[in-house]
Write a protein that binds this ligand. Structure first.
Ligand code: 5GP
Ligand code: MN
Length: 368
């Protein structure tokens, strides 16, 4: 495999996780992809840059290999991802509007790739269609505690982004030379955002080596950064101003900062999909905070985002109290209660974790 990599990325090849798939699995997948197939790619609800970027990167790769490929998302996604090469071909499922066309994409598929999620609940209605399809299912994901629904799991929780795993997947199949500029741009976006612009603890040497390789292929990091982070419309900035001024509540004793946003506030500020992304990071950025939470009243449910530092495990927290999950320091969940009842229940749940929060605070902030 390594001889297919360029000299610049020779060092990277030594760091590739060759145990990501066994030799037998790699061979099986390679033979599945040998002849043209109908392939569906799907990713989680409200896709972020890693979800959509890794899906589109895989889309471009599989197309080059001669397959008929369709990307279907279980919902809409932020407009700041519209620059992604291949985005116009993505089919976004409109929740509540049953679609025969989309159903058939899954039932007629030979292979379904499930990217950046590991529980069929994360794709809502599409979950039944994926489960019911006779297609071979390949999951590529980096979240904790995967469910057992796929034939192949390209799964590693150490990976900073699913995009990193897609890079490995292509490379392990011996196709590193097929990583085009389009693929590299999509992968870069996924790694950029899932590492919080290269600052989360998942950011390691391998991540930077992969990114260096993507830059060698021609990615312009500054332009992609601009597309993703400096694409605010005025209403989002006004909304952010309102949230920071009026909605951010800090409980120093519990080392927690919470922001809750009601349906009425969403309507008043004309908040769009994606406009709330990143808001939770402001909660976590308050000095001394271990747990940051955003609670948002969406149309059909109350959605929660959790971020933490150090040993406070928000994957476990989200699973225990909010039917959710994710990573140790970044997770999400939902609630069927009203927004007020959700916030009350959240506060009780946080209080039950007072000791864990205090321990996480001591170990994180007192020993830098
Ligand atoms: P975010 O707060 O940005 O929506 O999500 C943070 C992380 O948790 C992401 O990796 C996301 O995929 C995951 N996540 C968000 N909501 C849920 C959920 O309801 N269930 C599970 N299992 N994971 C979630
Ligand atoms: Mn991800």
């Amino acid at each position: 495999m390594s001889k297919l990599l360029t000299a610049e990325s020779q060092e990277l090849s030594e760091l590739l996780p060759y145990n990501l798939l066994s030799k037998g699995e790699l061979k099986e997948i390679a033979s599945l992809l040998e002849f043209p197939k109908r392939i569906a790619i799907t990713t989680h609800h409200k896709p972020d840059a890693d979800a959509l970027g890794s899906s589109l990167a895989l889309y471009w790769y599989l197309r080059q290999k001669g397959h008929d490929v369709t990307v279907v998302t279980p919902s809409d996604y932020p407009a700041f991802l519209n620059w992604m090469p291949g985005q116009p071909s993505v089919i976004a499922y409109d929740h509540g509007k049953p679609s025969e066309k989309i159903k058939n994409i899954f039932s007629d598929a030979d292979i379904i790739f499930c990217l950046d999620f590991n529980s069929l609940k994360r794709i809502f209605d599409l979950g039944d269609w994926v489960a019911g399809s006779r297609a071979v299912k390949i999951m590529i994901d980096h979240h904790l505690q995967p469910e057992d629904f796929a034939s192949f799991n390209v799964w590693n929780t150490q990976a900073a982004a699913t995009a990193e795993l897609v890079f490995y997947f292509i490379t392990l199949l011996g196709d590193h030379h097929l990583i085009t500029l389009e693929i590299a741009q999509c992968l870069y976006a996924g790694i950029l955002t899932d590492t919080g612009s290269f600052r989360h603890p998942s950011t390691n040497r391998t991540v930077h080596l992969i990114v260096a390789d993507l830059l060698r292929i021609g990615v312009n990091p500054s332009k992609i950064h601009k597309q993703i982070y400096d694409n605010n419309n005025l209403s989002r900035l006004r909304f952010l101003g309102f949230v920071l001024k009026d909605k951010l509540i800090v409980d120093k004793e519990l080392h927690t900062a919470i922001i809750s946003i009601s349906k009425e506030e969403i309507a008043e500020y004309q908040v769009d999909t994606g406009d709330t992304e990143g808001v939770v990071n402001y909660a976590l950025s308050v000095k001394g905070i271990v747990l940051g939470v955003v609670v948002i009243e969406r149309k059909d449910m109350v959605k929660l985002s959790f971020r933490s530092v150090g040993n406070f495990d928000v994957n476990t927290f989200a699973r225990q109290y909010f039917e959710g999950g994710g990573h140790k320091n970044a997770s999400g969940g939902k609630s069927e209660k009203s927004i007020n009842d959700t916030v009350e229940y959240l506060m009780q749940s946080i209080k039950q974790n007072k000791n864990n929060l205090a321990e996480a605070y001591d170990s994180y902030f007192k020993t830098l």
